[in-house]
Each structure stands twice: as C-alpha cells, then as structure tokens.
Design a protein around this ligand. Structure first.
Ligand code: ATP
Ligand code: MN
Length: 464
C-alpha cells in the first residue's frame, strides 16, 4: 500500500488519504472503548496531530501501551476530518511502529510547565517544547524574511571573514584566535608574546562585525548584505547580550543617513508583517504564554512609522521628563538602557530612531557632520529590547577619516586597505547592523536572549 508522508503543518490537504506521520508523543490517553488517543508533534507546527489507535492493532499491548511522553513513532492510517473540538483532522491508525521509547523515570520533559531557567540547562531537549518549537519556527521565518527583503531589492548576499586582524570598533573585547601554546608561548626579548610565530604571523581574533569588509564589497557591488556569526567577549551578563550571535549587515554605496534610516525601518516592518502573516499560530502562542501585547506590538511595528529624533532632542526630552534616572542625562553621555526604554516605552510607545550622536561616543568610521560635534550615527530602539539596530553613514573623506582614527587612538597604517576605499573612487555610503536574536526577541516577546538561540554562548555559561 502507498502511504503519503505528510507533516502536520501541511496536513489539511490530505483529508481522506492514506498518510504516514512521524513524530514524538506528547500525551497518551486510553479510553475504555478499546482505543488509545495519542497526541503527536512532528515539529512542523505548534499543533499536535491526534491519532486514534484501536486496541485491535497486533502490537497494541506490547508497544502502544508502553508509549510515554517523548517516545518516537511512525503512524500510518487514514486521515479523517475530526468530529472533535480543537482539531480539524485526526489519524485513524492502521499501523504504528515505535522507533524509540522514552523512559518516564529519566525523561526531563515529563511534566508540563518547566521553567525557562530549567530548560536552559537542557538545551538539547528544549526544542521539543512548545515554546522552543515556536521560537525556532519564528527565528526561521525572520531569517527567511531577511534574505527575501534584501534579495527583492537587488542586494547581493556576501560573506565576510570570521577570523580577522582588524577590530571594527577600535575597542578590545574580542576573542583571540591562536595556535600558540597557552602554557608556554614564544616570547620576544622584552617578554611580550611573539606573534610572528603564531599561525597567521600576527594577532588575530573572531570578528565583532563584518562591516569594514562589507564596505569594500559595497564600494564595488553597490548594495550588499552580510548575515553571519559575530563574537563579542564583553562580560555583559544581560538579557540582551550573547557572546556569539548572528548579525545582518547591509551596506549601500551612494546612501546617506536618511536613506539608511528608511531602509532600516522598511526592513523591520517587513520582518514584523511576515511573522504576523506566516507564523500566526506561533504568535498566538506567544500572546497567550509570553506577552499578551505581542500582536498589537507587531501590528504597530508593521504599520506605524517609527519616531525619529536627534540625540540632542532625545537628551532634551529626557532632561525635561521629570523622571529620575539612575544615570542623570547630560549632552555627550551615551544613552543608557533606562533612557532608551523611557523613549520607546513611555514617550512614544513604539520604535524610535535616534540619530546624530556626539562624535566622542561613536566609532571612528562614522561621518563627521558640519557642526564638528556630531557624527551621522543612528540607533533603532525598540520597546523592551532597547537597541536593535546600530548604523551610520560612513566617513568617505580620507583626511577626516585619518584624523578621526588618530583621535580614537588607532594607527591609520594598520587600516591601509580600508583607507584605500577612500583613496580610489570614494563614494558616500551607509549601512547598519541588526542583531538577529534581538529581532527574534522583539517578534516573540521572549525576555531573555538566551531563549531565542538554540545553543546560547554567554560568559560563564558552563552547559556546553
Ligand atoms: P549594545 O550597546 O546593546 O551592547 P552595541 O552598540 O555594542 O550594542 P553594535 O556594535 O551597534 O552593538 O551592533 C549592532 C547590533 O548587533 C546591535 O544593535 C544589536 O542588535 C546587536 N548586538 C550587539 N551586541 C550584541 C550582543 N552581545 N548580543 C546580541 N546582539 C548584539
Ligand atoms: Mn550600537
């Protein structure tokens, strides 16, 4: 007999057909009338498939009655429109094969309602829970939207190196990449480590951003985006920082800051509307279990324009807010998370783009404005999540860039390839970075970033 393999997500078209489904048992209930009811989840969507197993199956006593939460099965039978409430279809089992039992004594997901903290300690099994299934599907949708959005607009997907010798921000906090013996590295006469003997003949690190290389590609190809793993060795044990995360970085030749802000806004809007349209069942789950306002947040994200205000205006608004902040607000300071939250959660109640920051608190590559005091930087802030995108128009003028490097304590000679982009056919250009996990937090309402990446890497996290 021909059995059609189906996934739960696409099962509706197969009513009346002989199908095969494979998945994991969520519950088993035995009825007196000679049937058992199984709820099977195959990961393709949140909902389970109800399977009705008659006690007349030859392996009913030997197999079916041993099934517990977590066991894996293949079931074949006719798919029927369900008379019961709560599901549209059910499978009348004609054949059931147990692939693997799950000992109820040892299986950690035996009971419902395990805490997110506990689930973090079993990252290999938490994908089997409703929450992490939903997070994984939304994360997949966000990745798909990212590629669609840029591909539809003619951006080339490019890959930038993970091992790098340049530090994008000019600040430390990078993971070192080396093959030198940690116990006994070769040393120079003055006692310092001799990096000539290291694998690449110089100190190298894991990338904190693909931006500088992205600029080289944009200054030839026009519009590019990178999307890859990014590493930061900051010891920030927050709900918004990971040591290893995924960053999307578009870079566009001939763009100014205003174009960059328009792009960032259209981009986030698309991510939100795709999630609403393609992940409705999962979003409904987040609304019920995680954040009751998530749908309205996403609708407003998808439909209402973001607020835009300069850093100088933001500081004035904060100073006149009457609010008592832990860090008092003063022009020239970096905005703290309490300030960002006040702007998005109290002042506007939606995302905001703050632009034109003081030069002292931003990176060397951001374009200096005519006022001499600010650079053409922008941060997109989202309620609850805080900064979700950071970007800028880049400094395309050679002399100014060199002097900004010196001002930031960097040696222009070390960035000679980057300066070549300004020496030969320089153009205005701009770009930004979106942290994928912060975007997934925004879409799902999950409060801890460690719960939106399958296997989180964070300081002192010992569970891997
Ligand atoms: P923050 O001030 O929140 O630490 P940042 O200003 O250092 O962030 P950028 O260098 O501007 O971050 O990076 C661009 C984007 O990458 C951020 O807007 C954020 O979405 C994401 N991001 C940065 N650092 C992290 C991290 N440690 N974990 C997860 N995402 C991050
Ligand atoms: Mn930033």
């Amino acid at each position: 007999m021909q059995w059609l393999p189906v996934s739960k997500a696409r099962i509706a078209d197969s009513v009346g057909r002989l199908v095969e489904i494979r998945g994991w048992v969520r519950t088993r209930r035995d009825s007196k009338g000679g049937f058992s009811f199984l709820e099977i989840n195959d990961g393709s969507c949140l909902g389970n498939l109800q399977v009705i197993v008659p006690s007349s199956l030859p392996n009913y006593n030997s197999d079916v009655l041993k099934l517990n939460v977590g066991a894996s099965v293949t079931v074949r039978g006719e798919l029927k429109a369900s008379p019961g409430k709560g599901q549209a279809t059910e499978l009348a089992a004609a054949d059931l094969v147990v692939l693997g039992l799950a000992d109820p004594g040892g299986y950690p997901l035996q009971k419902k309602g395990a805490s997110l903290e506990f689930l973090r300690s079993i990252a290999h099994l938490r994908p089997r829970t409703n929450t992490f299934g939903a997070v994984s599907r939304v994360r997949n949708q966000v990745c798909s939207s990212i590629h669609s959005f840029f591909q539809e607009r003619g951006f080339l997907y490019v890959n930038t190196p993970i091992i790098t010798a340049s530090d994008c921000e000019g600040a430390g906090q990078m993971f070192r990449v080396t093959t030198l013996d940690a116990q006994n590295p070769p040393r120079n006469p003055d006692g310092s480590v001799d990096h000539d003997k290291d694998f690449f003949g110089k100190p190298t690190h894991l990338t904190v951003s693909g931006q500088l290389e992205g600029e080289a590609l944009a200054c030839a190809l026009g519009r590019i985006y990178t999307f890859g793993p990014t590493f930061r060795a900051e010891n920030s044990n927050t709900t918004r920082h990971l040591s290893e995360f995924w960053m999307v970085e578009p870079e566009v030749a001939f763009f100014q800051l205003e174009d960059n802000m328009d792009l960032a806004e259209a981009f986030l809007r698309r991510i939100a509307s795709d999630a609403l349209n393609h992940c409705a069942e999962d979003i409904q789950f987040f609304a019920e279990r995680i954040d009751p306002n998530i749908r309205s947040t996403l609708l407003s994200l998808a439909e209402e324009p973001f607020e835009r205000l300069s850093y100088t205006e933001a500081v004035a608004r904060l100073a006149n807010s009457g609010e008592v902040f832990e860090h008092p607000v003063k022009w020239g300071m970096d905005l703290q998370s309490e300030h960002e939250r006040w702007i998005t959660e109290k002042l506007f109640r939606r995302p905001a783009i703050v632009h034109d920051y003081p030069r002292e608190i931003k990176a060397f590559y951001m374009r200096l404005s005519d006022d001499g005091k600010t650079v053409r930087a922008m941060d997109v802030l989202a309620p609850r999540v805080g900064e979700i995108i950071g970007g800028s128009q880049r400094e395309e003028r050679l002399e100014i860039l060199e002097s900004r490097m010196r001002e930031c304590g960097l040696d222009p000679d070390a960035y000679s390839w980057y300066l070549d982009l300004r020496r030969f056919g320089t153009v205005p250009h701009a770009g930004f970075g979106l942290g994928l996990e912060r975007a997934v937090q925004m879409i799902t309402g999950m409060t801890n970033i460690r719960d939106v990446i399958p296997f989180p890497r964070a300081p002192r996290l010992a569970d891997f």
